[in-house]
Design a protein around this ligand. Structure first.
Ligand SMILES: [Zn+2]
Length: 301
């Protein structure tokens, strides 16, 4: 019998001694689709289209702005629960749409819990994804997010790309801290399909394009409005192009087994230094110092 016992135990022993399985390689054309601010259009317009196309997405919920009284422009909690039951991810965007600064970090835990409580009341699990309201972030808030069970947090394209440009950078699993995931492009009224194409073109070589939408359309936040026709055009193009469109939580398959960077700001600082070095070279070609040329080389990867 010992041999039979050994045979039975062998798979257990192997699994105990084998290293953790490596993260899945990131294929090209992976797009994380995110929607901010609980716009009523997320249920009325985005929901049926995304269901038809088989897309995943994350809807970041806040009770800020006029959410409580204006049900023409904002989702109801019943609609949010329906989005969850459809298989979409419900993310946390703080109760009051609190733009995080170093000074107000002590208020963040309560802001997160308020949305998590609402979720539980409506049969939705407490969110594991978060979007920094107003795309403002501060590294001192990361322990608060972790304590609240947040695994992934999306910021904007800043500081690498100024907000006015509406662009950003692709997310690099294992390089970017999972609580400081950059937006690759956030939709503006002036967008055309070319903006979407430019963002998705960066979803290659282990990088992921993270798209940020507000209302589709958004009468309450006209500066980030996406007309319905444009939105439908963008989504159909993603489908035709063969993109894998997922919720933010779904990146877990690409981060599993990867330790978060010890310095959360390391990826951001490296990109800023590389960009500054490129500027130095541009201003004085041929006279680049050693450190600049090294940083510039890594920036052009
Ligand atoms: Zn927001």
């Amino acid at each position: 019998m010992p041999r039979r016992l050994l045979a039975a135990l062998l798979p257990v022993l192997v699994s105990l001694t084998a290293p953790a399985s490596p993260p899945a390689p990131v294929p090209d054309k992976v797009v994380v689709l995110t929607f901010d601010d609980a716009s009523a259009s997320h249920h009325a317009i985005a929901r049926p289209l995304l269901q038809r196309l088989g897309f995943g997405a994350t809807f970041f919920i806040t009770e800020g702005f006029t959410f409580r009284t204006n049900k023409r422009d904002y989702l109801t909690w019943e609609q949010i629960a329906e989005l969850h039951r459809d298989g979409f991810e419900i993310g946390n965007h703080t109760r009051d749409h609190l733009g995080i600064t170093e000074k107000n970090v002590p208020r963040l835990a309560e802001q997160l819990e308020a949305i998590a409580t609402r979720c539980r009341e409506h049969g939705i699990p407490a969110p594991v994804s978060f979007a920094w309201p107003g795309n403002k972030f501060h590294a001192s808030a990361l322990p608060v997010l972790e304590a609240a069970g947040i695994r992934f947090a999306r910021r904007g394209g800043e500081p690498e790309v100024p907000y006015a440009k509406g662009g950003g950078i692709p997310y690099e699993p294992g390089v970017d801290h999972p609580l400081l995931i950059p937006t690759t492009a956030d939709a503006r009224p002036v967008w055309t399909l070319d903006h979407v194409k430019a963002a998705v073109a960066q979803a290659r070589d282990g990088r992921i394009a993270v798209l940020q939408f507000h209302g589709v359309p958004d009468g309450e936040h006209p500066w980030v409005n996406t007309p319905r026709e444009r939105f439908e055009e963008y989504m159909l193009w993603l489908k035709e192009t063969g993109c894998t469109v997922i919720a933010l939580r779904d990146i877990a398959r690409f981060t599993a087994g990867r330790p978060a960077p010890a310095d959360p700001m390391s990826a951001i600082n490296h990109r800023l230094q590389a960009a500054a070095a490129v500027e130095v070279q541009r201003a004085a070609p041929g006279s680049a110092p050693r450190a600049s040329s090294k940083a510039g080389a890594s920036a052009s990867k």
